[in-house]
Write a protein that binds this ligand. Structure first.
Ligand code: WT7
Length: 654
């Protein structure tokens, strides 16, 4: 970024905010000490925030030892997640709005769905699933836009004890098919078309294409959302709205074990194959509810808005499960921040009197570029707190967010977490921990971060230090395994630094004990707050008939944080043309989805490799960053002249 660093120093919430907050500094210190000294007592107490059908007697049974990694919380307790998010609020909140749905087109009226309506619609959806044979333990793939039916579908699965796997609506048919097959789902729920920013995605036709590569028995449940014409396969396709209308309005919930899976969510790793992260029911819900309440200082009656998509873990934990478990009013937005104009977020905040607003730095940077006048037009006096997630927030974006959106009076919580962690693990609690722009600050209760020397794995015991970020002990929201691949789970998270959970991130800890996340240390890049495995993009590229080899790295991008930079070696007889470059970008979009589109493709006659054939990505990253002075030692390369050629091509790329 070109602007100078502005946001520095330490920012505390106002005295009034602190006085009304759930947790102040003294309480944080005492509770944090308790949570790590005696996690069993601490979490037994916190678990009371949800309703148990059968109380647990065993709180924590976790082991990070490589070869026998096992994570269980509240293991003999029974509950139902849907009942916790809906039914238990019926005596006090039946008429309160559970979900505010704001459609893509601001001219379409918003919906205010009460808890009573949420119960009825979830039950009807559950009965539709049941009629398709869905039962406890079955997997259901949800491929929906940001419409209320996505919430009904997730909660209906939870009600039946079925395991949902939400696939982001921006993913391609191939990615969808892999996820349907990966968990052997027999039902996929989709919609006809999905309007976003005034344009439409043909979800049903994507699902049709995906289902060509799936078992014939997979049923396709279609929400007719826009009413657009789609092809219809009789015997396979089901009209969800019609079936819901005809279904019984109540469906009883099943009793599940605390460690029964609630959902699978695929995320990118450092190999080509996405990982099916598994979260279970009891611990996840306790942790999602607690972090939602404490990190955002959510108070009864507040309107909470998380702008993420339900296709990501942020949407799972902070649009659906955390807020609804707390009896909150949660806002679900179908649209995009810049349509019909760059004031849309703020218009929605003003219209629905949003109290807590949670978004990603990439969105802030994009809006910042459009000018503050889009914010100033709207009345943002309802806002009490702002949140950030997905990547470290840069000082310029922090400063703009603080000044123009928060008017200098809203604490900003920079929440560090991952698909794997279920909820925030390093985050300020706004009434307790003063912010330092760019730092996720301090650990949440029960989380024991450690900084290790990346090479030796030695724990850095001094306060001010840097290295790789690991967590020394389990917390209830932690993932339990990878779907059908516990060996890969251990290998991916517990093998590099035995005895610890490895986040994949680097970090610095300052003299005040604040954590500053410095980014991934593996081959995962962060594009607009979305995690992308470079290997995943590479395998899509080499699947093209003209591509011999590909290497993908991240490079600094003003809006996205990191952009996707692909080096491509073509087959011998293929001419590198502008047309082919465009075709390859399109190819990756169809193979994976628009979020994986390479921003830049550079033709590479050869790639820098060691004599053992390993691609030296360090060098490719430097060339992508235009940083030729710092290439480091290239003497171990099989053919050092490759590097000069790549630099020359880079400079001539125009
Ligand atoms: C990766 C996880 C779970 C939230 C959405 C992304 C990066 C996330 C922060 C933050 C610095 C952050 C990390 C992490 N990340 N939040 N506040 N500060 N980095 O979930 O797709 O699982 O990605 O996002 O690199 O490992 P995800």
């Amino acid at each position: 970024m070109s602007q100078p660093m502005q946001a520095q120093g330490v920012y505390a919430a106002s005295d009034d905010f602190i006085a009304g907050a759930h947790v102040n500094a003294d309480q944080y210190a005492a509770m944090y000490a308790d949570s790590v000294a005696d996690p069993v007592t601490f979490w037994a107490g916190q678990a009371r925030r949800i309703d148990w059908i059968r109380p647990f007697t065993r709180v924590k049974n976790t082991d990070f030892t490589l070869g026998q990694v096992s994570i269980k919380w509240f293991e003999d307790g029974h509950l139902n997640v849907s009942a916790n998010c809906i039914d238990r609020h019926m005596t006090t909140r039946a008429g309160q709005t559970a979900i505010i749905w704001e459609p893509d087109d601001p001219k379409t009226p918003a919906l205010h769905i009460t808890y009573a309506e949420l119960l009825e619609n979830t039950c009807r959806m559950a009965n539709v699933l049941k009629a398709q044979g869905v039962k406890q333990g079955d997997r259901v793939v949800i491929y929906l836009p940001m419409i209320p039916e996505a919430a009904y579908a997730m909660l209906a699965c939870a009600r039946l004890g079925a395991i949902h796997s939400v696939v982001f609506a921006g993913f391609s048919p191939d990615a969808l098919a892999n996820r349907i097959n990966g968990c052997d789902a027999r039902v996929v729920i989709t919609a006809d078309t999905a309007p976003r920013g005034g344009r439409k995605t043909a979800l049903k036709s994507n699902a049709d294409a995906a289902l060509l590569n799936c078992d014939d028995r997979v049923k396709c449940l279609v929400v007719k959302h826009t009413g657009d014409q789609t092809t219809w396969v009789s015997g396979r396709d089901v009209d969800v709205k019609a079936e819901m209308a005809a279904a019984a309005p109540y469906c009883s919930y099943v009793e599940v074990g605390a460690e029964d899976p609630l959902f699978i969510l695929y995320t990118s790793g450092s190999t080509g194959k996405p990982k099916g992260v598994v979260h279970t029911s009891g611990g996840y819900l306790v942790y999602a509810a607690m972090t939602h309440q404490m990190t955002f200082d959510y108070q009864d009656g507040d309107i909470f808005w998380c702008t993420a998509d339900v296709g990501w873990v942020t949407g799972h934990s902070y649009i659906i499960y955390g807020p609804l478990a707390n009896g909150a009013t949660t806002l679900m937005f179908e649209g995009v921040p810049t349509w019909p104009d760059a004031g849309r977020f703020w218009e929605v905040c003003a219209k629905h009197k949003v109290n807590q607003f949670y978004t990603a730095p990439t969105a802030i940077r994009a809006l910042m570029g459009q000018g503050a006048e889009w914010v100033e037009k709207h009345d943002l006096s309802s806002l009490k707190l702002l949140g950030s997630v997905g990547e470290p927030i840069n000082p310029e974006a922090w400063n703009w967010y603080n000044t123009h959106v928060g008017k200098g009076r809203c604490p900003i919580v920079d929440t560090f977490w991952q698909t794997e962690t279920g909820g925030h693990i390093i985050t300020p609690l706004p009434g307790a921990i003063a912010q330092k722009p760019g730092s996720a600050t301090k650990p949440f209760f029960g989380v024991k971060p450690v900084v290790l020397d990346p090479a030796t794995g030695a724990e850095q015991t001094e306060t001010a230090t840097d290295g790789v970020l690991c967590i020394a002990d389990s917390w209830p929201g932690q993932m339990r395994t990878l779907w059908d691949d516990h060996a890969r789970f251990e290998e991916a998270y517990f093998s590099q630094y035995p005895g610890y959970y490895f986040t994949g991130d680097g970090c610095r800890r300052d003299a005040d004990g604040y954590y500053w996340i410095t980014g991934r240390v593996d081959d995962v890049i962060n594009v607009s707050g979305h995690r992308m495995g470079t290997a995943e993009v590479e395998s899509a590229l080499v699947a093209h008939e003209h591509v011999a080899e590909a290497a993908v790295v991240g490079y600094p991008h003003d809006i996205k944080g990191q952009g996707i930079y692909a080096y491509v070696t073509l087959m011998n007889d293929v001419e590198p043309t502008e047309e082919l470059r465009k075709e390859l970008v399109k190819w990756v979009r169809t193979e994976i989805g628009p979020i994986a589109s390479p921003d830049l493709i550079q033709w590479a006659p050869g790639l820098p490799k060691t004599r053992s054939g390993k691609i030296m990505r360090r060098i490719l990253r430097k060339i992508a960053e235009n940083d030729y002075g710092a290439l480091g030692d290239t003497s171990t390369l099989a053919d050092p002249s490759v590097v000069d050629q790549l630099i020359e091509n880079r400079m001539n790329r125009g």
